[in-house]
Design a protein around this ligand. Structure first.
Ligand code: ZN
Length: 160
């Protein structure tokens, strides 16, 4: 068991906030009581009760999701929905935009897509490949920023 002097607040915060462990588990890991952990977190401005739910990013599109800590602990990769989960799987298997093929084909008739461009669904429904539902971003990074902040505007179509 580690010497309690070696257990820094940073370590406790990392386990509780970043690794999403419960107070009880943090206590067990570092060899302090669960009350002591709570006290040290509160001292650093972290109120354990406010951490019932945590904000994680969708493992595919990067959108922020609120999930229960216990769910995040059980499964590190969280997704918005089945579409994002399967898109991630597709990507991992090397066919990055296979799920997006139809959307790209539709847009390609109106706009010259570059390979790094991302075609997204305005109404977030990946089954709706109608032209007015499709928007284009320069690349995945800009798309992720758009998902969390609403900017930048899509590069296509403009003025919509
Ligand atoms: Zn997602």
């Amino acid at each position: 068991m580690p010497n309690r002097k070696e257990v820094t607040d940073e370590k406790i915060i990392a386990l509780f906030v970043d690794a999403h462990l419960s107070l009880r588990n943090v206590a067990k890991l570092v060899g302090l009581s669960h009350g002591a952990i709570r006290k040290r977190l509160i001292k650093r401005g972290i109120v354990p009760m406010e951490y019932e739910n945590v904000v994680v990013e969708c493992g595919f599109c990067g959108r922020e999701l609120r999930r229960q800590r216990s769910k995040v602990r059980a499964q590190k990769d969280q997704y918005c929905n089945k579409e994002c989960a399967s898109a991630k799987m597709t990507k991992q298997h090397g066919k990055t935009w296979a799920v997006n093929r139809l959307a790209r084909a539709v847009v390609s008739q109106h706009y010259k897509l570059l390979p790094e461009n991302v075609v997204a669904y305005k109404n977030k429904n990946a089954k709706d490949n109608s032209l007015q539902n499709l928007i284009v971003f320069n690349n995945e990074e800009e798309y992720k920023i758009y998902l969390s902040t609403g900017v930048p505007d899509p590069i296509w179509p403009t003025g919509r």
